[in-house]
Design a protein around this ligand. Structure first.
Ligand SMILES: Nc1ncnc2c1ncn2[C@@H]1O[C@H](COP(=O)(O)OP(=O)(O)O[C@H]2O[C@H](CO)[C@@H](O)[C@H](O)[C@H]2O)[C@@H](O)[C@H]1O
Length: 492
């Protein structure tokens, strides 16, 4: 099969969070199975150019219709750890992707509406006709809309779209301008509730809703979250739309790329290890303590890695720092916040705790350091308010770092409580789960983990080793996506 992925991120070259990991990991898996995979991405000025091999200008004459005129683009081609990627660079005053950031601009909707249009124009003008276009999140929600309403009539009638939603919170809500810009010309037609009109704001268009309505298959990133999105408020207002389109909507649990996230071969950690020589992990713990100037000695290290925002349960992350210290553990945090209030809060905490030898808060994005933390910590917390899939608990498991998670979204599909899970036999349980969002609930799970570490270290290590043996690779999800591709290719 010939598959083109259109996305705003691809790790490690463009990574703001889990979306990048998934786009890269899935592409690799599909290619290993003999499919042809190409990626189309924006050419941001701030991406990690050191991860691109052989970058060259492959297509100099892409003209993208925009507001009745056109924007001239160059398309660069290069290999990101073996994957063929096309990077679109528009030449216009707006400098859409030369902003020193991936997201967070006032005109993000326009930037990614343009990118979606440019990606389709690139396919059209370069005569690429993939069997499947796989696009992701709100940034590319307009791809299936434009494919069906415009490009289908210009020779792209056989292309089918799989649309994956990684986060329902951000949907791309915009006004009529996007229609004018992209050439979706009949305002009244698109402003209908069965098309792009937002379910709650009658004056707005919703890119993600458009993606759901117009795609041939829609997925989210775990079976449990697919259910939650349809039936609870975590669908952020799109539950009804998902319900109407339930026949083509499903949840496919993400995988982890074990070529990149694997303590056996990880080149960012000083001591490689497997579940057979678990003692090596302890040397990584020492290295982590040295690197972050933590007091050396025998205390469990509890870690948090992730974006710092409401989704991730920041109030509980904050509480975990002090609770860990009270319980005689060390705490390491690696995270970044885009919201100024949350950023200021953690900056303040960092200063306040600066001289404490048992805690380190690293505020910023640091891929290399994240590997050492996964390898060196004993436990990793994921106390999210909602979590479509969650990658950090799955990476933690692979590194023998026991997850302590809230029972929501994909966390329910991946972590099974050591003491209480009724559906999984004791020898297969791999972590700790709590359900309520209050501090007491979280403390009870943390306490069980910390107490086991202090009182029965051997048992704690057994628990970690069980986690390492779980297979959360792309093997199973790769098969599931290929089944979906096959289904939409033949059904429509
Ligand atoms: N400061 C930092 N420095 C270095 N690395 C950092 C970092 N902050 C985060 N990371 C890394 O980014 C990834 C984050 O994974 P998450 O599952 O938390 O994704 P996120 O919530 O962004 O994305 C959404 O998409 C993913 C993928 O579908 C879903 O798993 C998830 O539930 C959904 O919210 C991990 O690889 C983590 O190590």
């Amino acid at each position: 099969m010939y598959i083109v992925q259109i996305a705003s991120e691809c790790a490690p070259v463009i990574k703001a969070g889990g979306l990048g990991d998934v786009v890269y990991g899935l592409s690799r898996e599909l290619e290993i199975r003999g499919n042809t995979v190409e990626l189309i991405l924006p050419k941001y000025d701030c991406m990690r150019y050191d991860h691109i091999w052989g970058l060259h200008n492959a297509y100099t004459n892409l003209s993208v219709p925009w507001y009745g005129a056109a924007i001239h683009c160059s398309v660069y081609c290069g290999w990101v750890h073996g994957r063929v990627c096309f990077f679109i660079e528009p030449h216009s005053q707006e400098n859409f992707f030369n902003r020193g950031c991936y997201y967070g601009c006032d005109d993000d909707n326009m930037r990614f509406a343009f990118f979606s249009k440019a990606a389709l124009e690139f396919l059209l003008q370069s005569n690429k006709r993939p069997d499947i276009i796989h696009c992701h999140d709100w940034q590319t929600g307009l791809v299936p809309v434009m494919l069906n309403e415009i490009y289908k009539y210009h020779g792209m009638e056989h292309q089918r779209v799989c649309y994956t939603i990684h986060n329902f919170k951000h949907q791309g809500i915009d006004g009529v301008n996007t229609l004018l810009a992209t050439g979706l010309n009949q305002e009244a037609y698109y402003f209908q509730y069965d098309k792009l009109r937002d379910n709650f704001n009658p004056f707005a268009l919703n890119f993600m809703k458009g993606g759901i309505v117009y795609s041939n298959a829609v997925t989210t990133v775990s079976p449990n979250h697919a259910w939650e999105a349809r039936t609870t408020d975590v669908g952020s207002g799109l539950g009804h739309t998902l319900h109407l389109h339930q026949d083509k909507f499903s949840g496919v649990l993400n995988g982890i790329d074990y070529d990149f996230w694997n303590p056996e071969i990880d080149r960012y950690i000083p001591f490689n290890y497997t579940h057979d020589d678990f003692e090596q992990k302890l040397y990584n713990k020492k290295a982590l303590q040295e690197r972050l100037m933590l007091r050396s000695g025998d205390k469990p290290i509890i870690a948090y890695i992730g974006r710092l925002d409401h989704q991730k349960g920041v109030h509980l992350v904050h509480h975990a720092i002090y609770h860990a210290l009270n319980k005689g553990a060390q705490f390491v945090l690696l995270g970044s916040a885009t919201e100024p209030g949350i950023n200021a809060h953690f900056q303040h905490e960092k200063q306040f705790l600066n001289s404490n030898p048992d805690v380190h808060l690293e505020l910023g994005f640091n891929e290399e350091l994240s590997h050492l933390i996964y390898a060196g910590a004993d436990m990793i917390i994921v106390p999210s308010n909602y979590e479509p899939c969650g990658l950090t608990q799955m990476i933690g498991l692979k590194y023998g770092t026991v997850p302590i998670v809230r029972g929501v979204g994909g966390l329910v599909n991946t972590v099974f409580d050591r003491d209480y899970d009724q559906n999984v036999p004791p020898e297969q349980r791999n972590g700790y789960v709590f359900y309520h969002t209050d501090e007491r609930a979280f403390e009870s799970a943390m306490d069980r983990a910390i107490d086991l570490w202090y009182q029965h270290l051997e048992e704690f290590r057994n628990l970690a080793v069980v986690g390492m043996k779980y297979d959360y690779s792309w093997n199973v999800p790769g098969t599931e996506y290929l089944k979906i591709y096959d289904w939409i290719k033949h059904k429509w």
